[in-house]
Design a binder for this molecule. Structure first.
Ligand SMILES: [Zn+2]
Length: 464
């Protein structure tokens, strides 16, 4: 086993499950493992407070005038689940068919370790031309409850010119990709009540309102026949992908059959047909009913008019939609659709923001060309339909471009039994990242007052 692989393997053997207090010592062991690792590489490393679990922060400043990258990762993992479902134990890393199997292998220990090992490689050959900061969070798998406050409190410490992270996937082995969008998420719950108790449906049917039907009517009107969301003002701020992005989305456009196979569902639907499938899942907002409850749902029948009805709704919004505006539009539509004396309540959950990478920034050209030279194939822009809460928070607070390069693969069983990570991608990832980090100083630095001048040699100065 090469040193860069055994360092990863040792980290994977630590059960750092953030959601379960029984694993508190595993969380602590992972932190001290990382602190020792960073210190041994010459970094200054310490902990930063989280809501429940501290984050590990490490920095290596070569020269304050050099560009600085902030690299994000998370050391916490999902619970392993039933041991019987794992071929080899979740916290005993095992290598089979050029993959390393363990909980956290792809999500996210293997992926952030790519960056650590790239920097280690550059330090070993005395060729680190940039300043490096690592922020390795311990609360990602529980929704990053502390990231906002942490970022706010340590803004100066975290300040950098670029944010890099690998916590996503490439479309297939051999096809590198850069993630340029994250959808945001707004979850709400609607409760309505039209009587103090369930009513006899024979005695009161026809004279008492039915909350289930009132709610169903409201919900069914939230999308029109073409699956366009009908909330007033909903689409006003939606930004469209540019031509290059649309072209790239086409390159990885799945067939209907592929999608159905991937998601184990029966037919394609729920979005607007006029857009490609990739655009629908990465660049278009959606609204889904995620739960419905009313009346009697036990065995047999019960002849009642229920007293209450409730629904849970999840809205995946896109840049630059404003979740506040969406929420008030939903609240006012609900208010206006309900009969006057209906008692109602709208509950909202914490919002994850949407994100769009500034793909016209020169760093994306550098990343594309580095991926191409290592993987032998042009990288494509792709999106993520889900959210990574920390990215928009860091981008907003620190004002830097975020570069998301996923080295995971779609079938690596993250959050499931037999999670694994491709060793081909691990080593190619290390090679790619060291190329990118080596070349960063030649780029124009947007966060600095002056860009580095490019001197062209010319025999006739007047022509410059
Ligand atoms: Zn995860």
């Amino acid at each position: 086993m090469t040193p860069s692989l055994s360092i990863l393997s040792d980290l994977l053997s630590i059960p750092s499950v953030s959601t379960d207090p029984e694993f508190a010592s595993g969380m602590e062991d992972a932190r001290s493992y990382l602190l020792t690792l960073f210190t041994s590489l010459g970094f200054t490393a310490h902990l930063l407070p989280g809501r429940l679990h501290p984050a590990v922060f490490a920095s290596y400043i070569v020269n304050p005038s050099h560009p600085t990258v902030l690299i994000y990762g998370h050391y916490d993992v999902q619970p392993a689940g039933a041991p019987s479902q794992w071929t080899t134990p979740a916290f005993e890393p095992s290598i089979r068919k050029n993959r390393i199997y363990a909980r956290g292998a792809t999500d996210n220990k293997g992926q952030f370790m790519i960056h650590v090992m790239a920097v280690r490689k550059m330090l070993e050959s005395d060729a680190l031309p940039i300043n490096v900061k690592f922020l390795i969070e311990g609360e990602e798998e529980i929704g990053s409850p502390g990231i906002e406050l942490l970022t706010e409190n340590y803004k100066t410490l975290l300040s950098a010119d670029y944010l890099f992270l690998s916590d996503t996937e490439m479309p297939a082995l051999g096809q590198p990709a850069i993630d340029i969008t994250l959808r945001g998420c707004l979850d709400v719950e609607i409760h309505i009540q039209t009587s103090a108790q369930d009513l006899h449906s024979g005695q009161f049917g026809g004279v008492a309102p039915n909350p289930a039907q009132i709610l169903a009517k409201f919900l069914s009107r939230l999308k029109n026949g073409s699956n366009k969301i009908t909330l007033p003002g909903f689409y006003t701020d939606v930004i469209s992908p540019n031509d290059e992005e649309i072209r790239d989305f086409r390159k990885t456009e799945p067939s209907d059959t592929q999608l159905l196979k991937e998601g184990h569902y029966f037919f394609v639907g729920g979005g607007e047909n006029r857009y490609s499938l990739n655009r629908r899942r990465w660049f278009e907002p959606t609204l889904d009913i995620t739960g419905l409850d009313s009346g009697y749902t036990g065995i047999g029948t019960k002849s009642i008019i229920p007293d209450t009805a409730s629904a849970k709704i999840s809205i995946r919004f896109v840049p630059d939609q404003d979740p506040e505006q969406i929420y008030s539009s939903l609240a006012s539509s609900l208010h206006h659709s309900l009969p006057k004396a209906t008692v109602w309540r709208l509950i909202r959950y914490p919002v994850a923001s949407a994100f769009k990478a500034p793909t016209d920034h020169p760093v994306f050209e550098l990343v594309k060309s580095s991926l191409k030279s290592v993987f032998g194939r042009p990288a494509v822009f792709q999106g993520q339909g889900g959210s990574i809460g920390s990215v928009p928070v860091l981008v907003r607070a620190l004002g830097l471009p975020a570069v998301m390069i996923g080295f995971g693969l779609p079938d690596e069983n993250l959050h499931s039994p037999n999670e694994h990570f491709s060793l081909e991608n691990y080593f190619k990832g290390i090679e790619t990242m060291s190329r990118i980090y080596s070349a960063l100083p030649v780029l124009h630095l947007p966060n600095r007052p002056e860009s580095i001048p490019i001197i062209l040699e010319t025999s006739s100065p007047g022509l410059l």
